[in-house]
Design a protein around this ligand. Sequence first.
Ligand code: ZN
Length: 169
Amino acid sequence: MQITNHKVVSFHYTLTNDQGTIIDTSAGGEPMPYLHGEENIVPGLELALEGKSVGDKLKVSLEAADAYGEFDPAMVEIVSAELFDGVDNIEVGMEFQAELPDGEGVQIVRITDVDGDNITVDGNHPLAGQNLHFDVEITDIRDATAEELEHGHVHGSDDGCCGEGCDCD
Ligand code: ZN
């Protein structure tokens, strides 16, 4: 079986940056499953996996634009601590949902600096602007279930709903 749209693919991966530092890895844990063709993973990696089979190993290097996008300085903003009314300790690394000004839903922003009452919030993905290097081994490919196709993502091995981002519960 080859990887095409509507297959559920599981793979082991190690993700490093340009400096060779490991950002994330599935080594020692479970392989990561995703539904191919639904943009569940970064587009450049999904493209590289197309047509591959179980046991295939590949190294995929992605420019930032093909991974989590270029870093956008316009998405970094310094706001007043008053906006975080009700939060006891404002700390670097905290994430909040912010409403987009055009009313197009919400966006996750992270606090990247705290300087007294000046709080720097960043709406970029934590990996934006970074070239990424994936070391991948494909461990399983199967057909997606009708429910998975309907939801556009993988459900757990217990046949239940994945929960996150899911409408079926
Ligand atoms: Zn679901």
